[in-house]
Write a protein that binds this ligand. Structure first.
Ligand code: TYM
Length: 333
């Protein structure tokens, strides 16, 4: 079978350069590889955090606009919403009945999220990775391009697939492989080099959003935390904030951190920050303009893209779910 790529973004908050360099840029580049591509907006996952209904609907459209503005081409990729393809939720139930609690108890993201916010203690958040496994396994995805924070969830999807295949005695599911970007696997906060850059962090100064203006990018990079050690050296252990900026520069320029270090070692922090700002503006400005254009004037187009994607997704998902139902002993209509 040819390569099948599936990935997704949870539509909560605005997307940032971590989402772009860590995930969506890889999706866009991979469209030329001849693989079949499925890019989902995982609105059911978004319900795991309290969100106002109107804000969630807007966030779905904004995320669709961001996909297209980042170079996802609906002629080459299936772009769709998760919730109308009911097979995701159905398969999640079946997989949930075959997933030991011990496997879910190992998930670090659940632990981190619930430790940070004690109100987030619903069953949906706990079973979140099982829904994610359903997203992946329904499409027989061979490759799942994601940031490092999602790798453990994909390993769980692999474990579930192997366990179910073993139990039903057939190759019901394809075993997916995670694909993680090199320098941008984990883009860190601009305020704290030990925290991940995140949509939900309270300070907007911790991230560069894909909708930031050139001035905002300039000010955020100017204010990005560094340290008092002179010169630019790549030392992730002792200089996490500087190392993060170097890796962001490397990701934006397609070079390695040691090449960045060699180029800017003698330069001051401010010269390096100016160069980094220029790189980021070059990438973010066209995406920002594309998002604005699509989001403000292209809503009908976005809805049409999502509807068309939904039809194509449902065909594949429906076929897989019928096979699964048959294999586990449910009547498959
Ligand atoms: P989400 O919405 O948190 O993030 C979307 C993608 O961006 C990556 N990412 C990052 N990469 C590098 N540095 C960062 N600071 C950073 N922050 C986020 C994420 O790894 C992800 O690839 N559970 C998923 C959505 C999902 C999914 C799926 C993904 C649901 N079903 C099936 C793949 C396949 C999530 O919440 O991603």
């Amino acid at each position: 079978m040819s390569e099948r790529v599936l990935s997704g973004v949870q539509p909560t908050g605005r997307l940032h350069i971590g989402n772009y360099y860590g995930a969506i840029r890889q999706w866009a580049a991979g469209q030329e590889s001849g693989a079949e591509n499925f890019f989902c907006i995982v609105d059911l996952h978004a319900l795991t955090v309290p969100t106002a209904p109107e804000a969630l609907r807007e966030s779905v459209l904004y995320t669709a606009a961001a996909y297209l503005a980042c170079g996802i081409d609906p002629q080459k990729s299936v772009v769709f919403r998760q919730s109308p393809v009911a097979e995701h939720a159905e398969l999640q139930w079946i997989l949930g009945c075959m997933t030991p609690l011990g496997w879910l108890n190992r998930m670090t993201q659940f632990k981190e999220k619930t430790q940070r916010d004690k109100q987030l203690n619903c069953l949906g958040l706990y079973s979140y990775p099982v829904l994610m496994a359903a997203d992946i396994l329904l499409y027989h995805a061979t490759r799942v391009p994601v940031g490092e924070d999602q790798k453990q969830h994909i390993e769980l999807a692999r474990d579930i697939a192997l366990a179910v295949n073993g139990r039903v005695g057939q190759e019901l599911f394809t075993i997916p492989e995670p694909a993680v970007a090199r320098e941008a696997a984990r883009v860190m906060s601009l305020r704290d080099g030990r925290e991940k850059m995140s949509k939900s962090a309270p300070s907007d100064y911790s991230r560069i959003n894909l909708t930031d203006s050139d001035d905002e990018i300039f000010f955020k990079i100017a204010r990005a935390k560094t340290d008092s050690i002179p010169g630019l050296t790549y030392d992730p252990e002792n200089r996490p904030e500087v190392a993060n900026l170097i890796r962001i520069y490397a990701a934006a320029s397609g070079v390695t951190p040691s090449q960045v270090e060699a180029e800017y070692e003698g330069a001051g922090a401010s010269a390096f920050k100016h160069a980094l700002t220029d790189r980021l503006v070059a990438d973010v400005a066209p995406i920002r303009d594309g998002i604005r254009r699509l989001y403000d004037d292209g809503r009908a187009h976005l809805l049409a893209v999502l509807r068309e994607g939904e039809g194509k997704a449902r065909e594949v998902a429906g076929r897989t779910l019928r096979e699964v139902k048959e294999a586990v002993g449910l009547w498959a209509e």
